[in-house]
Design a protein around this ligand. Structure first.
Ligand SMILES: [Zn+2]
Length: 289
């Protein structure tokens, strides 16, 4: 069983009004992730916002030096439906160049801000492919109050432009289509529920796709209203729950899953020739594990 491990490297203060008045916590939280990953012997993918990379060059170099994968998470974390195609091209190019120049390695992966790659913005796959990306993990394949591509399906797919899309893994119960190993859900739900869902996913033979943020492990962060919650205090309270449980849950999941960076997984599948490059998209099923 494979779990694709990732951190979306962004500073939550950037989306909060007057966010700069709160303590900077990104570096310390990222270093805690790095120490934990080292402790349990795993590598992850860090999807990095370009502006964050420019402000934290030493941190980016450290992540790369420890053998983790660096990938892109847009240059300024603007959702795809709020950009024109021209703006999107400029954004991903700047993001890719920034990260590559700092870490000295080529970057292959991309994740859209807030999983905002949907049926309405599906043009992004082709532009990502043209910009030199091999894979994207930007789709939440369900109806969602923010962004979702309802009919995308749960399988990894090679899109017509050649880029792989690795959609978020959702809980298997109907009417409960939430990411089982995504930040808030991993924090808030008890481990037995996560484990139940992971067990079910094992039967699909698809990798479990996860995401976490620096703040998901931060128990010392000051309290403020988080973005995209429309001022809802109940939802905001959830943002602070379970932050002390993330490492414990990941350590337990590590016993039943092999943790891999996304790029490693895609390369492995392509090298094994499971999906020949010339197969038409309609003939491609899951990337079988
Ligand atoms: Zn993000």
């Amino acid at each position: 069983m494979t779990l694709l491990l990732s951190i979306d490297l962004e500073d939550v203060r950037d989306w909060v009004e007057n966010g700069e008045k709160y303590q900077p916590r990104l570096r310390i939280n990222t270093e805690r992730y790095l120490a934990f990953f080292d402790q349990i012997g795993v590598k992850a993918t860090f999807f990095v916002v370009g502006s964050i990379a420019r402000q934290n060059k030493a941190l980016i170099t450290m992540i790369a030096g420890l053998g983790h994968e660096l990938a892109c998470h847009s240059d300024r974390h603007i959702q795809l439906d709020k950009q024109s195609r021209r703006q999107f091209i400029a954004d991903i190019k700047r993001n890719k160049e920034t990260v590559e120049n700092i870490c000295g390695q080529q970057v292959f992966g991309y994740r859209a801000p807030t999983f905002s790659l949907t049926e309405q913005t599906m043009w992004a796959h082709e532009l990502l492919s043209e910009a030199g990306f091999t894979y994207s993990s930007s789709v939440l394949p369900a109806k969602n109050i923010l962004y979702g591509w309802e009919n995308f399906g749960e399988k990894c797919r090679r899109m017509a432009s050649g880029i792989w899309e690795i959609p978020m893994t959702l809980h298997s119960l109907p009417f409960f289509r939430i990411p089982i190993c995504g930040g808030v859900y991993l924090r808030v739900f008890p481990y037995w529920l996560t484990r139940y869902s992971v067990n079910h996913s094992m039967r699909t033979k698809l990798p479990i796709v996860s995401y976490l943020h620096p703040y998901d492990i931060d128990q010392e962060q000051e309290r403020f209203m988080h973005p995209d919650l429309h001022g809802n205090h109940l939802l905001n309270a959830l943002m602070y729950i379970g932050r002390g449980s993330v490492f414990k849950k990941l350590a337990k999941l590590k016993r039943i899953c092999e943790f891999l960076p996304y790029g490693h997984y895609v390369r492995m599948r392509l090298e094994r020739g499971i999906i020949p490059d010339n197969v038409a998209i309609e003939n491609i099923g899951a990337m079988e594990t």
